[in-house]
Design a protein around this ligand. Sequence first.
Ligand code: NDP
Length: 287
Amino acid sequence: SGPSLAVIGNPVRHSISPQMHNAAIAKLAEKDERFSNWKYFRFEIPAELLIESLPIFREKGFLGLNLTVPHKEIAVPATAEIDPLAKTIGAVNTLQKTENGWKGFNTDGYGLAQGIKISLSKEIAHSDFVLLGAGGAARAAAIQAIHYGCATLTIVNRNQERLGKLVNELRPLAEKSGVELRSLSPQSIDELHSDCLLVNATSLGLKPDDPTPIPESKIPENAYCFDMIYNPPTTKLMEIVRLKGGTTANGLGMLVHQGAKALSIWTGQDAPSEIMQEAAEAALAKH
Ligand code: NDP
């Protein structure tokens, strides 16, 4: 058998990365037969077994791995080399086999930026970026937003201790880049700019009865809203933003583009992101 790739997580059964990547690999193989025997798998590995399993994947011929919950942070000390952006984020979602071990990358922030650009026709640069959440996905998003030069970054989270910790870590980065950084609780939001970029990085919206992450009355008119959630395809937050005249996109574009970037790291080729998007949509429709 040929070179292998995989996503590792726990749980991972719901992951549509294998369908997305195998469709892209088939497309690449049409033009370059080197890719005809590549295959992307998925493995459920508990957190406590990750570190010892990473060298085994290398020995067994895996060229690249994607990591998902709960492995993104745990894997950092196990990398032989780490991309500077991933190091700043403190989490890796992509590993590439090198001579010395695994090199870690984080393509989640890139995926988010591409998703926003393509599905909302909105640039992060110079935006009023309003980030809902302070967990792992929010952290990657905040660092990417500063990296791309948003004008202001407002982070809103329920747990104030977690929020304070994240904001303290981000402050030096924001100051260096001239980004105005603010933190708020969902209740203390005053008025958000009408053309702000509202990004949901909380898990509120995964369940049909979930409330919106900020009170409905605080959602501005004509906002641009990117919800990282893609299953379900529409959240209550997205519905309200649309009722108030705004533009919305779900998180599928983020998943597709973080995957496309990972695939291009492994293959050295441009990844066929439209094929990956179609495969992801088809896989979700079967769920
Ligand atoms: P974490 O567990 O690290 O963070 C969860 C966040 O959600 C925290 O800010 C938490 O707030 C908030 N939250 C959870 N429950 C509630 C609640 N009942 N009320 C208010 N806030 C709540 O998760 P991740 O950062 O890994 O993931 C966040 C979301 O992003 C998930 O929905 C995930 O599916 C999505 N995601 C999408 C990706 C994509 O490719 N599209 C990639 C990665 C993530 P608090 O601190 O107050 O608990």
